[in-house]
Write a protein of this length. Structure first.
Lengths: 680, 333
């Protein structure tokens, strides 16, 4: 029973990389088979054609940490072989002169009811406990693999019956199965080995069946078939290798369980019996002697725990996925932020948002390598600003930090960080900050499909913020919610309030999210790629809605997008980000006269600025650097066509140059598209 | 407020389709349950047929006379054809008749009646402890893993639960007997005598499952915490308590429930060990005794009770999951 629980636990740890990844059914009792990549849809063709064979397991065995594994295995082997030869005789010979003695120099753990040394017996008992467990496990693997392979290979009807039977059997805890089977095979060492072995068989059958079905349906088997490989050869050469990885993994995970199952059967008197001893039978006899010499029960108990842990360690070394950490370099020179720039005077006038030199650090990434460096922004009430750049440029992180929603594990610093005239850095307590910002800023996130909590009704989610913060009573809030939903174009709102998000389409969900943000008349709306996940017709509707609402409510908008078309449609001003920095700030109508080579390249990927289009900015060769791999000097230099020697000296500061503020030593000054610069 | 946005209505068919798929799912769940029950009954029947040699001779021992064996064979209907035996077995099982104990000469159902509630109540008590411990612990674990400065809490959590989850029930139970037998006068450690006698057995039964469930809830909670809807909730400036209680926990429940049921099944099996250690008057001791005595009618009866409890449990969880989690019901585009 235990292995199923433990497996389920581990399965969950790796499950759900994304919201849409199907959660592996923990009831199957196993990790999803073939972690080595029997290609699900979406895996690159060369990966799918490559053999997912046991090569990786073998390579793992040769890694340095496997030395520890070998030591553990060797210790187990010694435990099986040595004590029986050294103490086997005396451990079984009663010594009436020293019955039930406590620990002494002669007998470190004392003696049992027949005067036999407990320590010797504990070591000797390890022989049967370990070897019979391994034997039972081997039996389970063998019978399971045969059963699973037959199930996978036979015709549809037979397979359905077999598969159904395996399904029923897998539902029972393995200890229960072992007890049922002990009825057939009888008590004793042989009977219990058979019982435990066959009790494990259904799990291995399930794993084998799944893995071989995946393998049989895979591209490389199809390729092998097309080359004329068939029959047994196909199985031996192509299917077996992909079965072995998941089966080995399951076997190693189940090894600890097998040991415990054996101890359990012996403890119940159905396993190893006198005169043979294993830890389970010692434990059974020791319980009666707890008062005279507790070691008789505690020693085998501790031995079971230790060896079960050793088994599990062996198992885990098989299943552990070595996650390569990003090659972040510690202790890089950290430059004081913008030491070469004189502090800028704050632009005059009341600002809704005012941040200066906002820097976001994460882990080892700091200084020039911080994910966001020196982000500055002044935003007037009602102003609409776009933030563009390729993915990885730091736009989302900048904005999230700006509105105090930075992800866990990041550190945010800024010389000025004000919202509605209040310094947000002065809030020591989370609670006060939350109270201050509640209802003032709304967030519209990228993926409407997952932006709403799937188990809470639309209505409850709509009213939650305003009610929790005491801005409205529940009744007032519901009235307002109906009003807002109606206004964002969702009909039949009274009924819709009871719906759960899954009953809505993507476009409708985004409307709900927008409406939810408008409940409390926010001063700032942050839209992080609000249309990326939507169909293009729905995109237009949503953008239209955003534009109209920001106008009507006189709310400011920060629109994060990689799509210049969307931005120029909605915003008046654009911040262009690259490699964690703002490289250019300009008005939308000046986009064609952008001076930074990067902005220029971005603009040229959008042939018609009036038509928002779903399209990645791909015309600039290369990719933005990862934070820890940024070059010295200008971050854009490696991809820049105009790069010169001084570009790699230092990062150019953001300075006024003609109509725009640009961070470039050699800005583009020609005006090639004069006639086209007419937008809004 | 402007409201010129184009109207979007759902196709009317959708709810009808959902209703049908819900009914369809119920039917398939129940079908699976009935088929599994039938398989269970059949397997317990085959269990005795598969015993090598003559089960009656094995049960009565070598000293029994040929006459005794023949009488017993006739009593157990083992002298009929296999098909006739199977038919008789199915009929009597369906009518709740599990036959008579060979050794104790009393109806099996009487033995089951005596122990069933003790076993069930013990498992339920242990499961209640598991839930009460695991849900808050797992939630705190998930929350702590989010904060850099709470790394120690996180490491402590991971370490403690890993160790707690890997201590076998028998060892824990025996250890508790040793620790508590001498020093504590108020908690009974053997037999069943009122509510306080539940404490120690239920605790021994629930430690490992509670740690495992806490780990599952933490892992699941961590993945929920990375979702967009939690970011939405944070943008609403909700308190941590509300975010975890209202937004994370309900989304963790389907996984928690599934694993919880799995654990409950495992705990049911573990009662066999725990009841033996603590001399608990449940089904375990008659079951183990019957296996040793080769008292097949009793073995078959109790095996069917254990097995059908596991199947019933799985059915319940599937039903609850279908009702609770809209995502298992329907997955729109």
């Amino acid at each position: 029973m235990i292995h199923r629980q433990r497996n389920a636990t581990e399965g969950r740890d790796h499950a759900r990389e994304t919201d849409d990844t199907p959660v592996p059914d923990p009831r199957s009792g196993h990790r999803p088979p073939a972690p080595d990549g029997d290609g699900p849809a979406g895996v690159r063709a060369e990966d799918r054609l490559a053999h997912p064979g046991p090569g990786r397991s073998l390579r793992r065995l040769l890694q340095p940490q496997s030395v520890g594994l070998l030591v553990v295995l060797l210790a187990l082997l010694l435990l099986v072989v040595v004590p029986e030869h050294v103490w086997g005789e005396s451990a079984r010979t009663p010594a009436p002169s020293v019955l039930n003695q406590g620990p002494s120099a002669d007998h470190w753990l004392g003696t049992d009811g027949l005067g036999r040394d407990v320590l010797e017996r504990t070591f000797v008992a390890g022989r049967l406990s370990v070897s019979l467990s391994v034997l039972a496990l081997g039996l389970g693997v063998l019978s399971g693999v045969v059963l699973g392979a037959v199930t996978a290979a036979t015709g549809r009807r037979v397979a359905a019956v077999l598969s159904g039977t395996i399904g029923v059997l897998v539902a029972f805890p393995s200890l229960m199965m072992a007890l049922f089977l002990a009825v057939i095979f009888g008590a004793g060492a042989r009977g219990s080995t058979l019982a435990i072995g066959f009790a494990l068989a259904p799990y291995f059958a399930r794993v084998t069946e799944k893995a071989s079905r995946t393998a049989l349906a895979s591209d490389y088997v199809a390729a092998a078939r097309s080359l004329g490989v068939s029959g047994p050869l196909l199985y031996v050469r192509h299917v077996l290798p992909s079965i072995s990885a998941p089966v080995l993994t399951s076997a190693s995970v189940l090894s600890g369980t097998t040991l415990l199952a054996f101890a359990s059967l012996s403890f119940l008197g159905l396993g190893v019996r006198d005169p043979a001893i294993d830890w389970g039978s010692m434990l059974k006899n020791g319980v009666g002697q707890l008062y005279t010499n507790p070691a008789t029960a505690l020693a085998p108990g501790i031995a079971i725990v230790l060896v079960a842990m050793a088994f599990n360690a062996v198992g885990e070394s098989f299943t552990h996925e070595h996650r390569t950490r990003p090659a972040g370099k510690r202790g890089r020179s950290t430059r004081p932020i913008a030491a070469d720039e004189p502090p800028r005077a704050a632009p005059p006038g009341p600002h809704l948002v005012h941040v200066d030199r906002l820097t976001v650090e994460a882990g080892d990434l700091r200084g020039e390598h911080a994910p966001v460096v020196d982000f500055s922004l002044c935003l007037h009430a009602g102003e609409r600003v776009g933030l563009v750049g390729e993915s990885g440029s730091g736009k989302s992180l900048s904005v999230a930090s700006l509105i105090k929603l930075e992800p866990a594990g990041t550190r945010v610093r800024a010389t000025v960080h004000e919202f509605e005239g209040t310094d947000l850095r002065r809030f020591r307590a989370d609670r006060a900050l939350r109270k201050h910002l509640a209802g003032r800023i709304s967030l519209i996130s990228q993926d409407p499909m997952s932006a709403l909590n799937p188990v809470i009704s639309i209505g409850s989610q709509m009213v939650e913020e305003t009610v929790v913060h005491g801005h409205r009573s529940r009744r007032e809030a519901r009235t307002r919610a109906v009003e807002v939903l109606d206004a964002v174009g969702i009909r039949g709102t009274a009924r819709r309030m009871q719906s759960r998000p899954h009953e809505f389409s993507g476009g409708m969900r985004q409307r709900v999210v927008i409406g939810m943000g408008l409940m409390d008349h926010p001063a700032l709306i942050v839209a992080d790629e609000p249309t990326t996940a939507l169909d293009s017709t729905v995109q237009l509707q949503v953008l239209d809605l955003l534009k109209r609402w920001t106008n009507d409510a006189h709310a400011a908008l920060i629109l994060v997008s990689h799509d210049l078309g969307v931005v120029s449609n909605l915003c008046t001003r654009v911040l262009v980000m690259y490699g964690g920095r703002v490289v250019e700030v300009l008005k939308v109508e000046d986009l064609r006269r952008a001076q930074h080579p990067y902005t220029r390249a971005l603009v040229e990927t959008v042939p018609d600025l009036d038509a928002p289009r779903e399209r990645r900015l791909s015309s600039v060769p290369g990719r933005p650097p990862e934070p820890d791999q940024r070059p010295h000097g200008c971050v854009f230099a490696p991809r820049c066509a105009r790069v010169q020697a001084d570009c790699t000296d230092r990062m150019p500061p953001l300075e006024q140059s003609g109509p725009t503020r640009v961070a470039c030593f050699h800005p583009v000054r020609d005006l090639p598209h004069e006639g086209a610069a007419h937008h809004g | 407020m402007a409201s010129a946005a184009p109207e979007i209505t759902l196709p009317a068919r959708r709810s009808a389709r959902r209703a049908r798929s819900l009914a369809g799912q119920l039917v398939s769940l129940l079908t699976r349950f009935v088929v599994s029950l039938w398989a269970l009954v059949t397997l317990t029947f085959l269990m005795v047929q598969l015993v090598p040699g003559d089960p009656v001779r094995a049960a009565l021992g070598m000293s029994a006379t040929q006459e005794d064996v023949r009488t017993m064979r006739h009593q157990l209907h083992l002298d009929e054809s296999l098909v006739a035996q199977y038919g008789r077995y199915l009929r009597s099982t369906l009518s709740g008749d599990f036959g008579e104990s060979i050794v104790r000469r009393i109806p099996t159902s009487q033995i089951i009646d005596a122990g069933l509630w003790n076993t069930v109540s013990l498992v339920l008590a242990a499961f209640a402890i598991t839930l009460v411990v695991a849900i808050p612990l797992g939630s705190i674990g998930a929350a702590a893993s989010q904060r850099h400065r709470r790394r120690t809490i996180d490491a402590t959590f991971t370490g403690t639960t890993a160790i707690g989850a890997s201590v076998p029930e028998i060892v824990l139970a025996v250890g508790l007997v040793y620790v508590l037998a001498v020093s504590n006068p108020w908690l009974p450690i053997a037999g069943k005598s009122g509510l306080s006698s539940y404490v120690i057995p239920a605790l021994s039964l629930s430690v490992a499952p509670a740690m495992m469930l806490a780990r599952v809830i933490r892992a699941e909670g961590r993945s929920v915490l990375t979702t967009e809807y939690i970011r939405t909730a944070r943008a609403k400036r909700l308190s941590d308590l509300r975010i975890h209680g209202r937004h994370v926990l309900p989304n963790v429940m389907p996984a928690g429930l599934t694993v919880g049921a799995l654990l409950l099944g495992g705990m049911l099996a573990s009662t066999v060990l725990i009841e033996t250690v603590y001399s608990w008057p449940g089904l375990a001791m008659p079951f183990v005794q019957a296996i040793q005595d080769k008292d097949y009618p009793v073995v078959q009866g109790i095996a069917m009770v254990y097995g059908s409890m596991v199947l019933l449990l799985n059915l319940l969880v599937d039903l609850v999951l279908t009702a609770v989690d809209p995502r298992t019901r329907e997955n729109p585009r």
